[in-house]
Design a protein around this ligand. Structure first.
Ligand code: 0X9
Ligand code: ZN
Length: 310
């Protein structure tokens, strides 16, 4: 039985997504974005609760394999949208067409369950490199969050065995191409793109290559701060807010920056979920529900501000 008291394998997550299409055939549609390097379907769902909704949101999780709280939070929010009795949650859920992609990196995620809990990248081996296989995050693979085609490899990711290897060229990874295809398919209607990472308790927005303000910096900042305030109000989890290069580090080729720069999506946010380093990537499963609930509160604010529903 699927739940939010433990972490789940990729297979279990996909099984649960498929069960939703049975339980809610009018509302939930399975979406296969593409295949991973090993040929695994990258599965998401499209959620439409109100046939009159026209604007689109994409929720990305698990681009980094070891950040287990990310897929767990994506499924938590999806489940809340389908089952919550609260009017506020329903209104938010009904106001958009949603695409939920809990795990954009199935190969890496699988590996973190049976081989190397701290693997981060995908599992594509680069020709001519001989990175070691057991490394806890470095070693083989491309960092999918360095592989998107905006300012690609400008800041970091040049060494094939490094933890943030950007790949031999932009969109060299099938996983990033899969997300590119989804974004391009909905881009005209796309108003909100959220990606979930861990850890650090941050709400980030573009760009990663420069601290220069993005064109709607004030809007992105003000709405993120409101969302973080609401998140904090739930049970005191403190969040910082700002642009990527300013409050975390200079990093390029991320999905968020590519979506913003290429498609002009109005609200683009990256969450670094719990915690602040006590457990780090190994966040205990008894924190999934509180993380899900506080993050749901933040996501509701993003949508309410997008439409000024409040
Ligand atoms: O380095 C990264 O890709 C992100 N940090 S992480 O520890 N999760 O690897 C920061 C990049 C900023 N982008 C988003 N958080 N979306
Ligand atoms: Zn990450």
């Amino acid at each position: 039985e699927f739940n939010w008291t433990s972490y789940h394998t990729y297979e279990q997550i996909v099984g649960w997504l498929e069960s939703l299409t049975q339980t809610y055939p009018e509302k939930v549609t399975k979406v296969v974005l593409g295949k991973s390097h090993y040929g695994v379907d990258i599965v998401g769902v499209k959620l439409v609760l109100n046939p009159n909704a026209t604007r689109v949101a994409i929720v990305e999780g698990g681009i980094h394999a070891r950040e287990w709280i990310a897929p767990a939070t994506v499924t938590y929010i999806l489940n809340a949208f389908l089952t919550s009795g609260l009017e506020r949650v329903r209104n938010v859920a009904e106001s958009m067409i949603w695409y939920f992609v809990p795990s954009l990196n199935p190969d890496g995620y699988n590996r973190t369950f049976h081989e190397d809990r701290l693997h981060r990248k995908n599992l594509q081996v680069v020709n001519g490199s001989n990175c070691s296989y057991f490394t806890g995050g470095n070693g083989i693979g491309t960092d999918l969050n360095r592989n998107f085609d905006y300012m690609w490899i400008e800041a970091d990711g040049e060494s094939p065995c490094s933890v943030a290897y950007a790949g031999p060229e932009p969109f060299s990874a099938p996983e990033t191409r899969a997300m590119k295809a989804l974004v391009e398919q909905v881009s005209d209607s796309l108003d909100l793109y959220i990606c979930f990472h861990s850890f650090g308790q941050l709400v980030l927005f573009p760009y990663g290559h420069t601290t220069d303000p993005v064109d709607n910096y004030y809007e992105q900042y003000a709405i993120a701060r409101m969302a973080a305030d609401e998140l904090e109000a739930y049970n005191g989890t403190e969040y910082f807010v700002g642009n990527i290069a300013e409050i975390i580090y200079v990093a390029t080729g991320g999905s968020l920056d590519w979506v913003k720069a290429t498609h002009g999506t109005r609200l683009t946010y990256g969450f670094e979920l719990r915690d602040q380093g006590q457990y780090g990537f190994l966040l205990p499963p008894d924190q999934i529900i509180d993380t899900g609930e506080e993050t749901l509160n933040a996501v509701m604010v993003l949508v309410e501000q997008l439409f000024r529903l409040d």
